[in-house]
Write a new protein. Sequence first.
Length: 146
Amino acid sequence: MSGAEFRRFKHNDMADLEHRLEQVPAGVSRMVIADSVFSMDGDVIDLPKVVELCRKHDAWLMIDEAHSVGVLGKTGTGIEEHFGLGDVIDIKMGTLSKTIPSVGGYVAARKELIQYLRHASRAYIFSAALPPAQAAAANEAFKVIL
């Protein structure tokens, strides 16, 4: 939908990720998108290294926390807490159908980016809101975790 060029890096291979980032021409925006926990085998992404590479190559970082929220970290808040990092992920997304007992999903980011997505994202514009009871259930579950 975005028209962006897509390049896959080898599973959890930070050398390959760096190679891919180096191939992007100067002046072209970069975004690294990865799972926090890979559902098929339980591998955890090397978030500290991914953050280092994103900063080195001026890339955005988007992490799917579907399998880490409620599981990783001392209090279950996810991959950043698991590695003892602060707020280092630009865009977090996840599901409301695993440890959060509801339906749908979420995207969390800076307020300005969320506002932009609300007004410009075709996938969001043509979607429907969660039923109120499901939104309330998800909200209460997040309160327990956070």
